[in-house]
Design a protein around this ligand. Structure first.
Ligand code: SF4
Length: 478
């Protein structure tokens, strides 16, 4: 465990390295594309990541969050991107141990929206001001390639209120599909695809997903990259048997995947899942001084583009952990999963400065101020649920989701108030990744104009980070 001063020195050093990395790909504070090497990361080894994830004091933790917030501002500006999620089917053919949509949950009423209903919901979201529509479902092959392509084409044809066609981005979150289907969706106009890796621990992944494989998950992510999607992935925080080192591996994998978006959320157990009925586990401290005891976990599957679906392997490996606190409403939450999630978001921002990071609904469910806290610790995206009210309650990956009964018609204005209350502003463009599209070639100049010119007008020199000690100290361990 490092001293507070040594920890803060490490944070400052990483911020400096991040600044240098941005300067190498940037003429200004924000650049739309990056060079061919797609430099998005400041190299950090596992020990550094584990150290960052385990600040020794509350002051050190606040310095981490402040550093992430400043890197966020430097890299992607003050804009907050609002993405409208439409959860069009809660049928799922999988049996993930943590997810209330699993096919074995026979207590859950199931629904499928028609093509017209999906398009109407998307149209309503666009009319409200959203410029990205996220189409999300369980793994439901009832929606075949042709049906999904029809939905994509119809949504892409929606005219915005300013009569500018094509200004609506479509993100898919449908789970694992054959490469040919991913290709067809892309050809139909899909811009982005979200497929969380859940956990970078292959053994834990197997326990959570008895009918899936980590290798295939990564294969799908590779296909999505090859096909030119903006790729989103993400991980669960708080899995039983998980260590802080595992979370470091999650962040490293996100960097290796060079994701355009990363959804990171805490676990909230669904009572009708095997995991919820098993012993509560916890994130254990690491050999380099991790803090122990983030018990439980919440994960994500394809049913959770913003990091919402819950995951957590339950005690199959005998890892007992701290008891989660009972919220008295069917949702179990480990005492400090929110904090560990915030730390993971913050460290991910330091490592992946140009990646979109949502303040997940799960954080907002776990903590009434969770989304706001994430937006102040590196996040720059919020993904509200715009599923029609008559269906929304049945997309129950975990219980008691935030804003479950909020009228979609008020959603945009409500979130706008939240964003402006933080001194930020709501982006008015589709919010494509600053890393996308990749440059055509080494010598090509495919830099684009910033679609959000208000973004990044201010250069931040990183000179006003709080310090534990005004004197910068050498990085040491005690
Ligand atoms: S996490 Fe995704 S694939 Fe797994 S059961 Fe839930 S919706 Fe289905």
């Amino acid at each position: 465990m490092r001293t507070e001063a040594a920890y803060c020195e490490l944070v400052h050093d990483i911020v400096d390295r991040t600044t240098d990395a941005l300067a190498r790909v940037n003429d200004g504070p924000v650049r739309v594309n990056v060079p061919e090497e797609r430099l998005t990361t400041v190299p950090l080894n596992r020990e550094e990541l584990v150290t960052l994830l385990t600040p020794p004091t509350a002051t050190a933790e606040q310095i981490l969050f402040a550093a992430a917030d400043q890197v966020r501002r430097k890299a992607v500006g003050d804009a907050v991107h609002l993405r409208a999620i439409i959860e069009f089917s809660n049928h799922c053919e999988r049996g993930c141990w943590y997810c209330g949509l699993r096919r074995f949950n026979h207590k859950l009423p199931r629904y499928r929206m028609t093509v017209d209903e999906v398009v109407e919901a998307a149209q309503a979201a666009v009319a409200m001001g959203f410029r990205t529509v996220v189409l999300q479902s369980g793994e439901d092959s009832w929606y075949d390639e042709r049906t999904i392509c029809t939905i994509i084409r119809r949504i892409k044809a929606i005219l915005t209120p300013t009569s500018i066609p094509g200004q609506v981005a479509v993100t898919l979150s449908l789970g694992e599909r054959p490469r040919a289907e991913y290709a067809a969706f892309r050809a139909a106009g899909a811009d982005r695809y979200l497929l969380k890796h859940e956990t970078a621990d292959p053994a834990l992944y197997r326990r959570l997903h008895p009918d899936m494989s980590f290798e295939n998950r990564k294969q799908c992510l590779g296909w999505l990259r090859e096909l030119g999607y903006q790729v989103g992935s993400g991980n669960i925080v708080g899995l039983p048997g998980q260590t802080v080192s595992t979370l470091a591996e999650d962040i490293t994998l996100l960097a290796e995947l060079d994701v355009e978006m990363a959804g990171i959320g805490p676990y909230i157990a669904h009572p009708e899942t095997p995991l919820a009925k098993l012993a509560w586990g916890g994130v254990r401290g690491s050999s380099v001084g991790g803090d122990g005891g983030v018990g439980g976990g919440r994960g994500s599957g394809d049913g959770s583009d913003d990091g919402d679906s819950g995951g957590g392997s339950g005690g199959g490996d005998g890892d007992g952990g701290s008891g989660g606190d009972s919220r008295g409403n069917g949702a179990r939450l480990p005492a400090d999963a929110v904090t560990m999630t915030l730390r993971t978001v913050a460290v991910t921002r330091l490592l992946l400065p140009l990646t979109h990071l949502p303040a997940t609904s799960a954080l907002g469910t776990a903590d009434p101020q969770g989304r706001q806290r994430a937006l102040q610790a590196g996040a720059n995206v919020v993904m509200p649920d715009l599923t029609p009210m008559r269906y929304r309650r049945y997309y129950e990956i975990y219980p008691n989701k935030i804003c479950l009964f909020e009228d979609p018609r008020t959603c945009f204005s409500c979130l706008s108030r939240m964003v402006t209350g933080l001194g930020r502003y709501v982006a008015t463009d589709p919010g494509h990744s600053p890393k996308w599209p990749p440059l055509a070639g080494k010598d090509g100049d495919s830099r684009q104009s910033d679609p959000d010119p208000a973004r990044g007008q201010e250069q931040l020199p990183f000179t006003n980070l709080p310090t534990a000690d005004s004197k910068r100290l050498p990085v040491t361990s005690h």
